[in-house]
Every structure is written in C-alpha cells, then in structure tokens.
Design a protein around this ligand. Structure first.
Ligand SMILES: *Cc1c(COP(=O)(O)O)cnc(C)c1O
Length: 356
C-alpha cells in the first residue's frame, strides 16, 4: 500500500534520492566500489562535497556574496553551541527570539557563553504564535531566530531588519520558500528535515562575521577552520552529504526554491482550508503565523480520536500524531511530500464528518 509520510523528521525525501543513494552504496559512480568504502579524499568524493557546497549557495542565491557552505556533523543542536562560540565576544551579549522548544534549546547553550537577552517570547502561550513588537539591542553581537518552529507549527514570515548579524536556525524550512537569504549572516539546518538523512548539518556563513569573538575556539567548533579545510577538516559524513547533494540536484531540476515554494503553498492551502472548513477540527497555531511545513491541528472533540486515528492509518498515512507538547496532530509537509498525500489526508478528514 502506498504510504503517505507526514513524519516531522527524519522525514520523507524524494523517491529518486532514495534509489540513487542506495545505488551509490552498492556501486558509486560505476567505480565498482561503495560510496561507504572509498576515501573521503578521493577525487570522486571531493567532487561530491564541492558540488554540494556550490549548489547550496546557487539555490540560495548567495554565490559570490562572501558566503561559505559547510556540511558539518553534530546536528543543529551543535550549532546552538557553535554560533555563540564563534560569534559572541568575551564579555559580549547576544539577542534571541524565543519561539519554541528549539529556540529555547539554543538560548540555553548561549547562556554558557555570556549575556543572552531574550527579546521576545511566546512561551506563555505555549508558543502558538511568533512574538512581534520586540527590539534588538544594537550592541548585541548577533540576533538569533528560528525560521520555522517544527513542534508548534509556526513560521516567521518576515525577519527583523537590524544592523547586528542575524543567525537563523532553518532546520525545518530551508529550501522551502524564497527569501532574501543575504539578510542572514549565519544559517544552519540539520539535514534530516528537508535535505537528507540525519548525520550532517548545513551551515551557511558570511565569512566577514568570523574571527571577531576574541575566543580561542576548539578546532572542530571553529567555522573558520572548517572553511579553510573546505568542509573536510576531519572525515565528513559522506553518506548524508552525498544524499543531500542528490536532493539539491532534484530541487534544481524541479526549478529551484521558487518552484517548490509554489507546491508547498498549494499543499498548505489545501490542508489549512480543510482545517478551517471542517467543524470537527481546529488549528493549533495563530493563523497569521501558520507554518507551510508543519501544520498543527486538533480535534474539537477528543472522543473522535480513536475513529480518526483508525481512518488515517487505514489510508496509509504515517507520522501524523502531534508532538506531546501540543497534542493533536501535526502534518509535516516537507518538500518531497506530494500534493496527492495531502489530498488523501483531507479526504479522510472529510470522511470523518460522515462517520461521527
Ligand atoms: C529538528 C530541529 C533541531 C534539532 O536538530 P538536530 O539535528 O536533531 O540537532 C533544531 N532546530 C529545529 C528548528 C529543528 O526542527
């Protein structure tokens, strides 16, 4: 039976990416060797890394603008540490926008390095919206925000203009919508939401912001060292990087971010229209801040849950239960999820009306 995978991460990738990456494990580039058994310094793998790094900048429109793309290990969670380590001056301070569990995780780590000013927070409303009306201290070393709040289903539609460097955790919506990416100085994203398997984290950094913290940074945590080594300071996560390259190539062939954004908007409109129309359901996040990637919604009557759960499972849907901190349901509609899968979910929601 065809599966419709709504998992929040790790999550669905394009079918052709699964097939090509599986093939590379058996026989990489017709070399008779597996991708997993060759040197990361071999010509073939160096080409993979170079292409992946270049394609990231191409797709984001950041070529020739002083940015470097890196594929690191340690997950987005390690970037919670690396960002302050590299950017917060000794005795300096950083500004953070607290929009969810991941933002709070980043704040926790930043506090280890210096003064951490939370300029806005929606914590008291269980993070159901993006705070507005905050101001960013001009003497902060940087401002950190989370573009998409995977757990709560909110997404920043605009970003503040500020003279301080802007750092953005884009783990769950990178490559999903057109933005002026040059408004950010440091972008990071765990691969496992919109790009590849778990095991690598994309970092896109403007080189001019580095080298100013006055800190002595351990080599593995130093963006400058990774840039100098062309993202090969140590053995990189070869399989996640290769698979990410395949996804980036898939996206480019499709027409890039502008093309996928159209599809993502169509999927989100289809589902949110049904959430709003169907009297059995309600959305969990403020309408203006709804995420096109992760739609969170609830049943108005919890008593309908057993029958709804049975129905969507029978339709081949997986990964729909909401995060425990929100409850209800979360439909993660990452780039590779087809519109047809959203239609299947909407049809089940409609059918529920006739059953209760
Ligand atoms: C999943 C996620 C993370 C954590 O990523 P790891 O790679 O598991 O460390 C951080 N931020 C956001 C927004 C996420 O969605």
């Amino acid at each position: 039976m065809k599966k419709h995978n709504y998992s929040a991460g790790p999550c669905i990738l394009p079918q052709e990416v699964f097939e090509k990456s599986a093939q590379a494990i058996l026989n990489f580039n017709d070399s008779g060797l597996s991708l997993l058994e060759i040197s990361h310094r071999s010509k073939d793998f160096v080409a993979v890394m170079d292409q992946a790094r270049a394609l990231v900048l191409e797709l984001l429109g950041l070529e020739g603008k002083g940015y470097q793309a890196l594929f690191l290990a340690g997950g987005a969670s390690l970037e919670f540490v690396m960002a302050p380590y590299n950017l917060m001056k000794v005795g300096g301070k950083a500004a953070y926008l607290d929009t969810g569990t991941w933002a709070a995780g980043a704040i926790k780590e930043a506090k280890l390095f210096g003064e951490t000013v939370v300029v806005g927070s929606s914590k008291n409303d269980n993070y159901n919206h993006i705070p507005t009306g905050y101001s960013i201290p001009t003497d902060a070393d940087y401002f950190h925000c989370t573009s998409n709040n995977t757990i709560f289903g909110t997404q920043m539609k605009t970003f503040p203009t500020t003279e301080v460097p802007v750092v953005c955790d884009m783990s769950s919506d990178i490559f999903s919508r057109v933005l002026d990416f040059s408004q950010f100085d440091l972008i990071y994203a765990g691969a496992q939401k919109n790009m590849g398997p778990a095991g690598t984290t994309l970092v896109v950094v403007k080189e001019s912001i580095l080298g100013k913290s006055g800190r002595e940074i351990p080599s593995m945590l130093d963006y400058s060292k990774h840039i100098k080594a062309e993202s090969m300071y140590n053995t990189p996560p070869v399989f996640p990087v290769y698979t990410s390259l395949l996804t980036l190539q898939w996206l480019k062939n499709l027409g890039g971010i502008a093309a996928i954004e159209k599809q993502n908007n169509a999927k989100a409109n289809l589902l949110y229209s049904e959430i709003d129309r169907n009297p059995l359901f309600k959305g969990a996040a403020a309408v203006a801040d709804r995420s096109a990637m992760n739609a969170t919604f609830l049943l108005n009557d919890e008593a309908h849950a057993p029958i709804f759960d049975e129905m969507w499972k029978a339709a081949g849907i997986s990964g729909l239960p909401g995060h425990r901190s929100v409850g209800g349901y979360r439909a993660s509609m990452y780039n590779a999820l087809p519109l047809e899968s959203v239609q299947v979910l909407v049809d089940v929601m409609k059918a529920l009306e006739t059953k209760v």
